[in-house]
Design a protein around this ligand. Structure first.
Ligand code: FPP
Length: 255
């Protein structure tokens, strides 16, 4: 890490950063290029960002690759995005594994083309032993759908007599596809849009939100550093009156 980068890393930097990688289409359209080129450049930006993240002290990245709502895009664009995931896993999985990255795919397997579901299973299985860095790719993911699935798991456990008494937040959280990941500290959305678009609805409860004007294909270490610097200037109070450590992290340390 360069001295310049070290100077930019806040003392209490985010451990878990989630990214809404928005603006691929506009990036391409502004250059008179097909949207597919924007998505392809988006994959390059993702590679740069994954590479830069550990230098900023980040231990987990969660990226929004394809939402449950993205199926409504024209068939050729959906097919381009599926093709990019095939290519990304094909070309990057070995390198990610060698770098100690555990890959986890959030979202519903049902509804994915069979070969993509198999690729996703393979990526998870091959990297399951890694604990250096967690990369979560939300694919066929929607925050509401994930909450519905977690609720269904709760109902199943109650019906099976495995869960009695009052429900807790932990009981529901354990059924989400992000269960076990560190708490989300920072959610970044690029391209100037300022909404969550059904991303990490439960997990966003105490996350800091940063919106950047940059279009996703232009993203990389510099823009990530800017987002982290903005995060460093925030005071996280978790509903209290003073800056506090994350209650989930405190609980994990005590348990
Ligand atoms: C939003 O841009 C971006 C997406 C819908 C997909 C993000 C996907 C990638 C960066 C590449 C593939 C992912 C993986 C995990 C390999 P947009 O098309 O909505 O942009 P616009 O708002 O400018 O039209």
């Amino acid at each position: 890490m360069s001295a310049e980068t070290v100077a930019k890393v806040p003392e209490k930097g985010p451990r878990h950063v989630a990214l809404i990688m928005d603006g691929n289409g506009r990036w391409a359209e502004r250059r008179g290029l097909p949207r597919a080129v924007g998505h392809r450049e988006g994959v390059q930006a993702l590679r740069r960002t994954i590479k830069a993240a550990p230098d900023f002290g980040i231990r987990c990245l969660t990226v929004f690759g394809f939402s449950t709502e993205n199926w409504s895009r024209p068939a050729d664009e959906v097919s381009d995005l599926m093709g990019l995931v095939r290519a990304f896993v094909g070309s990057d999985l070995k390198r990610l594994d060698a770098a100690g990255v555990r890959v986890r795919v959030l979202g519903r397997r049902k509804g994915l083309p069979a070969d993509i579901a198999a690729i996703v299973d393979r990526a998870e299985a091959q990297t399951a032993h890694n604990d250096g860095f967690l990369l979560q790719v939300a694919f066929n993911y929607g925050g509401r759908a994930d909450l519905v699935d977690a609720t269904q798991r709760l109902v199943d456990r109650v019906r099976a007599g495995q869960l009695t008494g009052e429900l807790s937040e932990d009981d529901l959280g354990a059924g989400l596809s992000t269960a076990g990941a560190p708490p989300v500290d920072l959610i970044v959305r690029t391209s100037g849009e300022q909404r969550l678009s059904n991303f990490l609805l439960w997990e966003a409860a105490y996350a800091e939100l940063v919106f950047q004007d940059i279009l996703w294909p232009d993203y990389g270490a510099e823009a990530l550093g800017e987002a982290i610097a903005l995060y460093g200037g925030r005071e996280r109070r978790y509903g209290g009156r003073e800056a506090l450590p994350d209650p989930a992290a405190v609980k994990a340390a005590v348990d």
